[in-house]
Design a protein around this ligand. Structure first.
Ligand SMILES: Nc1ncnc2c1ncn2[C@@H]1O[C@H](COP(=O)(O)OP(=O)(O)OP(=O)(O)O)[C@@H](O)[C@H]1O
Length: 307
């Protein structure tokens, strides 16, 4: 049995349109299903948790973007982990998880892919904890520059306008220069198991990822895999503007040459600790919050998916 949970506002209304197409297909296939249209992220979490406790054998299929998926994952993971299988049909703006997991962004193809899958797959999630919050994520968690871009994009009308033109994945790129003027370099200490702490005096972007993409399909760390049991931390320092811009330019080109830049460091690990001395904006799967100075702990968790 499948239970579809739809965030109708994802992708500036794209999820609603996708759902209409999927309902038509489900009707043609004569498949038994139930569904729920969410009214907010809180409603989504309450509904999913309640249903998952009532009918744990059901496959819960989420229709939305990376943010909707984030809320669904956290509904399952907290306060105690529920053993349920999640399906996912991408209908957001950026759809980074879909790109990493190779799920079609055509709703009917994504549905066909999901229905053809016989057994669930266990994939990695990142788990984070600060002094006042904890969560899991399927894509990445970023402090500093990428979070600044997400914050500006989410608060601008541009994302909706680009979504109307089916150019939603470029929304983050358009806010790049505004974020560049607002973000300041910050001090960052990275602590990895069995290594002495590493200090960065001019950290600008600090992203922990469990898959290759961020910002609507930009390959931050192409070798990252959703099922390798590891997280990768990428830190880019900004001591010199031209140097910083060249790293980003290289990131947009094939070949992953940005990973050779002197101002970029990366570490692949199962757990780590980040410490900052100034408040920083954090983005998790495209949702933002402010992180007060202190420690941010990260480790790996798992979730069963079908798609
Ligand atoms: N009815 C609703 N149900 C669930 N979430 C909602 C609803 N209305 C607004 N939201 C908000 O929608 C956001 C999630 O949207 P989502 O990220 O899935 O789509 P997107 O921003 O278009 O895509 P992407 O993250 O791929 O760029 C969350 O911030 C959530 O709080």
């Amino acid at each position: 049995m499948y239970h579809f949970i739809i965030n109708p506002s994802a992708g500036n209304g794209r999820a609603q349109k996708s759902w209409t197409k999927i309902q038509k297909k489900l009707c043609q296939l004569n498949l038994k299903y139930s569904y729920y249209l969410t009214t907010s992220s809180t409603d989504l979490k309450q509904h999913l948790r309640q249903q998952a406790k009532l009918t744990p054998k059901t496959i819960f299929v989420i229709l939305g973007g990376d943010g909707t998926l984030y809320h669904a994952l956290n509904a399952i993971a907290f306060p105690t982990k529920l053993d349920v299988i999640l399906g996912y049909i991408p209908c957001g703006s950026g759809n980074d998880f879909a790109k990493a997991a190779q799920i079609s962004t055509d709703p009917n193809k994504a549905l066909a892919q999901l229905l053809a899958q016989k057994a669930p797959r266990t994939l990695d999630l990142g788990y984070f904890k600060t002094s006042d919050r904890a969560g899991v994520f399927s894509n990445n968690l970023g402090l500093g520059f990428d979070a600044q871009i997400v914050e500006i994009t989410n608060n601008s009308q541009l994302k909706n306008q680009l979504n109307k033109l089916h150019l939603g994945k470029f929304a983050y790129a358009t806010c790049f220069f505004k974020a560049l003027s607002q973000q300041k370099p910050f001090t960052l200490t990275v602590t990895l198991p069995n290594f002495p702490p590493k200090n960065f005096s001019h950290a600008f972007l600090c992203t922990i990822t469990d898959q290759p993409y961020f910002g609507g399909g930009v390959a931050l760390f192409p070798k990252a895999r959703l099922d390798d049991g590891k997280l990768t931390l990428v830190v880019i320092e900004k001591k010199n503007l031209l140097d910083f811009l060249s790293v980003f330019l290289l990131m947009l080109l094939p070949g992953a040459y940005h990973l050779r830049a002197r101002s970029l460091s990366f570490y692949t690990t199962t757990k780590l600790k980040l410490t900052t001395t100034t408040p920083q904006i954090v983005q998790v799967n495209g949702e933002t919050f402010t992180f007060s100075p202190g420690d941010l702990l990260l480790e790996i968790k798992q979730q069963k998916f079908i798609f």
